[in-house]
Structure formats: structure tokens, C-alpha cells
Ligand binder design. Structure first.
Ligand code: NAI
Ligand code: CS2
Length: 490
């Protein structure tokens, strides 16, 4: 085992970036890029304040306790790990609901921080559902109880869009320039979507504020990539054996990527030398990553969870699953992409399979299976639609959709139960109860969920038929037979 130790940069930075969504990914991605920057630059203008708006209070407090230093264990493979100490977070805040049901413990501090002149960028990783947009149409979910609460009481916001609107309103009232909003969640056009959520919410409060935001605030899009699974007890033990006893540590792969649209009117760290790719248009990279990496991940997640396969690594150690993934990537995802000249999508697919095979990551299929209603449109459905419109079949995607529907029943193919974690979980339970064993009625009802499935897809007879057939086969013959008959058709 080769272990490299990288201590954090000794200097203190000034808080000029606020991050919303202090989860595992933020600690191993945006914070690591800034740590790399601080390691090599004399510039002390860039430090971070990181906040949780929902859940994660224990991490906020534990990081405070640890004086905001923690470790990222970056595994190239099981023999090579870099233990990186990160020290760019200067403050952690929690504005969510505490154990007694009270909201907004550090909300005032967060809003004051966001209104501070020194703050120039706000980054976000609040998961796809944290923007409160309809996944298929991208319009604000005004009837969601949390958004409704932010509309009713905009000065005490609970949601990420609500916090951004209130902070921008304060800056506008004080005659300050706005900050740049940099979304780092896995969504297509993530900057544009964040802008839509923020301006639509602002318009519920003040049309002039909405116009000001539309005109003055930059929302660059970005593509982010690094596999950072939720920590397990085994991960903490593994790190202890390497001398790292750190409750705030995260494990990631060595690979890291950030492609960012260069639109930062208030400035940004000069982080190109740290590997950040600054481009004019992120869309091709984002679509490639969402359809090839995340699309494959979701196939692994639903088929794996149904088949009792616990991790991505275990899934891709099966040749029938890698055959399916390769076929999905090269025949159903790659042909839908318009990449800059010279992009080699076959090499990209090979690299992804290699990354999935990293046996140092315990990336659970159940983790990736979360929030499917928010993920399917951009990972599978938009690509499938364009293939079907071109007269091509999408058998791997149809199997994926069937597996997702079957997964939402809350019981795998061997009868073991699990919790379905999704904003639409109650709707799923209702549909399963109403249609039970009737595959045709069940699939039709699921494809009728218009916040997930575009109506053209739900009305495409060939696609609907192949989902029904895949559902029946999975349910009656199990995973192995379903995969072997699909792989035999290639
Ligand atoms: P995590 O579970 O460690 O953290 C989730 C974060 O989202 C927490 O800070 C939580 O408070 C916040 N959150 C959840 N729902 C929210 C809501 N409704 N409103 C406000 N905040 C909310 O997950 P992790 O690994 O940090 O991933 C978060 C997001 O980062 C993903 O959904 C994805 O979009 C993006 N991402 C994650 C990668 C990974 O491998 N973990 C890689 C690339 C992107
Ligand atoms: C995963 C992603 O949880 C999921 O849905 O597909 O978070 C994946 O790990 C990242 O996008 C990799 O960059």
C-alpha cells in the first residue's frame, strides 16, 4: 500500500465563498479544489463558509469542533491512497430544523454572511430535489409546502432558492453587487435551472427584485465529477488503520473533474492551474456525464438493488452487467451526444467502467437508487426520446425503467424490504397498491407521472411495450435470466 499524506495549507482565508449543502461531495470536490489552490497560491482572498439547510447538523457541529479541518482519502485503487487534509472551510452553519422541530438555528448568521460584501460566489450541492423544480419541465413547485412557506414568510427562508432570494434582496437593498451562483448538482443546465428556481420564487415576492436578479446575477453552469460514496463504519475503521481517526473524513476516488462556464462578474479563484476546466459552454460535457456516467450508475443501482447486489464494485464484477452497461453507453447514450471534435466516447466508456471497478469504494446501489424521480429524466429519458425519434430501439433504457418501477415497490426480487427514498415515495406506494400484480396497468400508471416522463415517451407504444415486457421478465424470471436474454439480442 502506497500512502501519501498531504497536510492542509497553513494560511487562513477570508470567507468569500458560501456553500449550501455541506455533504460528502462538497468536502471531496469544491473544497479540495480550493485546498489545491491555497496550497500553491499566496492569495488569501478565498475561504469558505459551508452550511446545511436540511439535515446534517451533526456534521456542522463536528466540523466546528475539529476547527474545520478534515481528511479526504483519495483512492486510486486499493494499493494507492492519498490522505489529504483540507483546511479551507472557515465556518459551518445550520439553518434547518433542529431536534425540537425549530427552524433556523444559524439562519441569521447565514443570511448576514451571504449579504457580506466580501462574499462573491455561492456554490450549491443540495441534491436535485433541493431546487424544487419539476424534473421534466423545470418550473418551480409553488405548491410544495416548503416553497409555500418561503413565499408566505420570505425573510425566514427554509429552502435553498428561498435563502438565495432573501440574501440577494438584502444585497440589492444595501446597494451591493450580487454574488455569482454556481450550482454543482448533477442536473442538466444546472445554472439555468437554478436561475429559474430563484427568479420564479423572487417573482412571487417582488417583480422588480426578480428582474434585478435576472439582469444582474450570473448563474454559470458546471459539470462536476468525482465518486464520493456515503461513509460506512468500515470506511472509518479502514482510515483508522492508516492513522486517520477523523469523524468528518470522506473517502473518494482519485479522479476529479470540474468543467465550469467562465461567467464570474465578481471574480473567482484563479483555479485553472488546479485542474478546473473553464469553458464557454458546459452543456456537451454535462450531457455526456449525465447520460453515460450517471445513466450507467442508475442502471447499476436499480438492477443491483433488485438483485441484492450491495455495491457498484460488486455489480461491475459481473460480466452480464458490464455487457449491459457497455451496450447502454455506446448504443443508447453516446449516439445522442454532440461532443466537441476529438472526444472519444468509447474511451470515456472504458474509463467509466474502470472507475466503477474501484474496489476501494463502497458505493451502495441503494444510495444511488435514491430520488429516482429527480434523476431519470436527465440520465435516461431525454436520451431515449431522441433515439426513439430517430427510429431506434432503447432496450437497455426500457429495462432500466422497468427495474426502477419494480424497485419502487420497496422489496427486491428475493423479497427483502427496504425504504424507498424519493419525494414521490407516497405516490409510488399508492400506484403499487392500486395495480399490484397487473404489470401493464402498473407500468402505464408510472409512465403517466408527467413530472417524470415526457408525454411523448409515455405515448410511444414500442417503448411502453418493451418496459412492460421487461417488467414481467424481471419479476418472474429474475435478474440473471433477464440480463442473459437481453445480452443475447446484441
Ligand atoms: P450527502 O447525502 O452527503 O449530502 C446531501 C446534501 O444535500 C446535504 O448537505 C443535505 O443537507 C443537502 N440536502 C438534501 N436535500 C436538501 C434539500 N431539500 N434542501 C437543501 N439541502 C438539501 O450527498 P452528497 O454526496 O454530498 O451529494 C449531494 C449532491 O452532490 C448530489 O445529489 C449530486 O447532485 C452532487 N454530486 C454528488 C456526487 C457524489 O458522488 N457524491 C458526485 C457529483 C455530484
Ligand atoms: C450518483 C452520483 O448518487 C448518484 O446518483 O450517480 O452522485 C455520482 O456518484 C456522481 O455524479 C459522480 O460524479
Amino acid at each position: 500500500m502506497t500512502t501519501a499524506h498531504l497536510p492542509a495549507a497553513p494560511r487562513e482565508g477570508r470567507v468569500s465563498i458560501v456553500h449550501l449543502g455541506l455533504g460528502a461531495f462538497h468536502r471531496a470536490h469544491q473544497a479540495v479544489y480550493l485546498e489545491r489552490y491555497r496550497q500553491r497560491s499566496e492569495d488569501q482572498a478565498w475561504g469558505m463558509s459551508s452550511a446545511n439547510l436540511r439535515g446534517g447538523v451533526a456534521l456542522v457541529d463536528a466540523l466546528r469542533e475539529a476547527e474545520y479541518r478534515y481528511h479526504v482519502a483519495e483512492y486510486a485503487d486499493s494499493d494507492n491512497v492519498t490522505l489529504r487534509e483540507v483546511g479551507v472551510i472557515e465556518e459551518t452553519l445550520f439553518s434547518g430544523r433542529d431536534e425540537d422541530g425549530h427552524w433556523g438555528r444559524d439562519l441569521d448568521a447565514l443570511l448576514s454572511r451571504l449579504a457580506d460584501d466580501a462574499v462573491r460566489i455561492v456554490t450549491l450541492t443540495v441534491t436535485e430535489k433541493g431546487y424544487f423544480l419539476s424534473p421534466s419541465e423545470g418550473s418551480l413547485l409553488r405548491d410544495d409546502p416548503q416553497i409555500a412557506a418561503d413565499i408566505a414568510d420570505p425573510q425566514a427562508p427554509r429552502t435553498a432558492p428561498g435563502i438565495l432570494v432573501e440574501a440577494l434582496a438584502r444585497r440589492r437593498a444595501a446597494g451591493r453587487a450580487p454574488f455569482t451562483v454556481l450550482c454543482c448538482d448533477n442536473m442538466p443546465d444546472n445554472g439555468k435551472r437554478t436561475r429559474a428556481a430563484v427568479t420564479q420564487l423572487a417573482a412571487c415576492r417582488d417583480a422588480a427584485l426578480a428582474e434585478w436578479i435576472e439582469r444582474e446575477v450570473a448563474f454559470p453552469c458546471s459539470m462536476v465529477d468525482r465518486i464520493v460514496p456515503a461513509m460506512t463504519e468500515a470506511d472509518f475503521e479502514r482510515l483508522k488503520a492508516l492513522g486517520i481517526d477523523d469523524p468528518n473524513a470522506v473517502v473518494s476516488e482519485a479522479f476529479i473533474q470540474w468543467v465550469v462556464e467562465d461567467d464570474f462578474p465578481q471574480g473567482r479563484p484563479d483555479w485553472k492551474a488546479d485542474g478546473v476546466e473553464m469553458v464557454d459552454d458546459v452543456a456537451p460535457f454535462e450531457t455526456m456525464k449525465l447520460r453515460m456516467l450517471n445513466g450507467s450508475h442508475s442502471l447499476i443501482a436499480y438492477l443491483g438493488a433488485l438483485g441484492g447486489i450491495e455495491t457498484v464494485f460488486e455489480a461491475v464484477s459481473r460480466s452480464d452487467i458490464t455487457a449491459l452497461l457497455r451496450r447502454y453507453m455506446l448504443s443508447e447514450a453516446a449516439p445522442t451526444l454532440s461532443m466537441p471534435e476529438g472526444t472519444d466516447l468509447e474511451a470515456y466508456a472504458d474509463q467509466l467502467l474502470e472507475r466503477f471497478a474501484n474496489d476501494s469504494l463502497r458505493h451502495r446501489t441503494q444510495q444511488i437508487a435514491m430520488d429516482g424521480s429527480q434523476k431519470l429524466p436527465q440520465r435516461w429519458l431525454q436520451g431515449a426520446l431522441s433515439r426513439l425519434e430517430a427510429g431506434e430501439a432503447v432496450p437497455c433504457t426500457a429495462l432500466g425503467v422497468a427495474a426502477w418501477i419494480r424497485y419502487t415497490a420497496g422489496q427486491d426480487l428475493h423479497g427483502s424490504g427496504y425504504k424507498v427514498d424519493d419525494p414521490l415515495a407516497d405516490t409510488f406506494a399508492r400506484l403499487h397498491k392500486a395495480h399490484g400484480e397487473d404489470a401493464e396497468a402498473l407500468v402505464t400508471a408510472f409512465l403517466g407521472l408527467d413530472s417524470v416522463f415526457p408525454s411523448v415517451l409515455a405515448g410511444h407504444t414500442g417503448f411502453v411495450e418493451s418496459v412492460i415486457q421487461a417488467y414481467r421478465q424481471l419479476d418472474s424470471q429474475g435478474l440473471d435470466d433477464t440480463l442473459s436474454s437481453l445480452n443475447a439480442t446484441h
